[in-house]
Design a protein around this ligand. Structure first.
Ligand SMILES: Cc1cc2nc3c(=O)[nH]c(=O)nc-3n(C[C@H](O)[C@H](O)[C@H](O)COP(=O)(O)OP(=O)(O)OC[C@H]3O[C@@H](n4cnc5c(N)ncnc54)[C@H](O)[C@@H]3O)c2cc1C
Length: 296
């Protein structure tokens, strides 16, 4: 079981990278013992305070790699973010926040000041290409931009890397330090401002026949369509791609519809993940098919 620790972080400084993104650099003694995977899309949970300038209620790490709160303690609001940068020497952790309308995390990032405090857990990564790849395609919207940028900066030597990032408009583009053999394309739209094109982009991509890897992060409905493409239409092995839903458009309506499901449907959906005998991709498939049947 990998280590899981809870860290208390203090905001050292902030920077408005683009109209839609705020960079926050964290530090403090709470980063003692922080363990990075070193992988570009590593993500962690951020535990937010109820008041912007207050202390978050931090959970304790449990032995099974999760976290918990003492009985009667109200859990802190929690959201998932990518480690955009980790500087081991200065012990500084950088996270880039998309600042959209609504949302605990986006509102926190819009109001953030040096000295503000959050909690985080130990990061985990998802990007896991086979050793023999000669090319990779990284496609993301703004939420996946921090991960795509870090993956592109650390692209393995000799691997042709193509990155396509969908941001709301040209003003939301930002410099990315590409490794040799990497090419970057910006497309405009999506991100809650209009229909996302990431599924269309992936479908139109001319994938070389040599061993390669496709990594996609974006809005959940779009990533669902892309996973269907790879798994059922192209029948690629699960090791050839990683497709991750990073956020849900109109999440409140989705949540209302989920909460309106019968208790039996909710229990059935939750129980699907408990079957240790099945591959996670098969469970994911059936879970998503069930959600679609239920109109979610
Ligand atoms: C593995 C992983 C890594 C991630 N890394 C990052 C990261 O580095 N940076 C980052 O900004 N996000 C990242 N995300 C996405 C982030 O977790 C979600 O966008 C999250 O919902 C934001 O929380 P919130 O409290 O701001 O909004 P919520 O309370 O979740 O939602 C409030 C409202 O905002 C809408 N909304 C949520 N996110 C967006 C968005 N991006 N654009 C437009 N509308 C939105 C919802 O539909 C809802 O209507 C990551 C997600 C995952 C799963």
């Amino acid at each position: 079981m990998s280590v899981n620790l809870i860290h208390r972080l203090e905001v050292l400084r902030t920077e408005r990278l683009t109209p839609g993104m705020v960079r926050v650099v964290f530090g403090g003694d709470g980063l003692d013992g922080f363990v990075s995977t070193g992988v570009g899309d590593e993500y962690l949970r951020i535990f937010f305070p109820l008041d912007q300038r207050g202390e978050p209620t931090l959970p304790f790490a449990t032995d099974d790699g999760h976290w918990d709160y003492p009985e009667g303690v109200e859990p802190a609001p929690m959201r998932t973010y990518t480690v955009r940068g980790w500087n081991e020497a200065s012990r500084e952790l950088t996270i880039d926040f998309v600042v959209h309308d609504g949302g605990v995390a986006a509102a926190w990032a819009l109001a953030v000041q040096a000295g503000d405090v959050v909690g985080v857990n130990t990061p985990r990564a998802l990007y896991d290409p086979p050793a023999d790849i000669t090319w990779q395609l990284l496609v993301a919207d703004a939420t996946g931009l921090p991960a795509a940028a870090r993956l592109a900066e650390n692209a393995p030597a000799g691997v042709r890397t193509r990155i396509v990032v969908e941001v709301a408009s040209p003003a939301h583009e930002q410099p990315i330090a590409l490794s040799d053999g990497a090419e970057l394309h910006w497309v405009h739209g999506g991100n809650g401002h209009g229909p996302t094109r990431i599924e269309e982009i992936v479908r139109a991509a001319d994938l070389p026949s040599e061993p390669g890897y496709v990594w996609v992060a974006g809005e959940t409905k779009a990533t669902r369509g892309i996973r269907r493409l790879f798994r059922h239409e192209l029948r690629l092995p699960p090791t050839a791609y990683k497709i991750v839903g990073y956020w849900t458009e109109n999440a409140e309506q989705w949540r209302e519809r989920y909460d309106a499901l019968s208790e039996a449907d909710q229990d059935r959906l939750a129980a699907m993940w408990d079957d240790d005998s099945r591959a996670i991709e098969d469970i994911e498939d059936d879970y998503e098919a069930e959600l679609e049947k239920l109109g979610l």
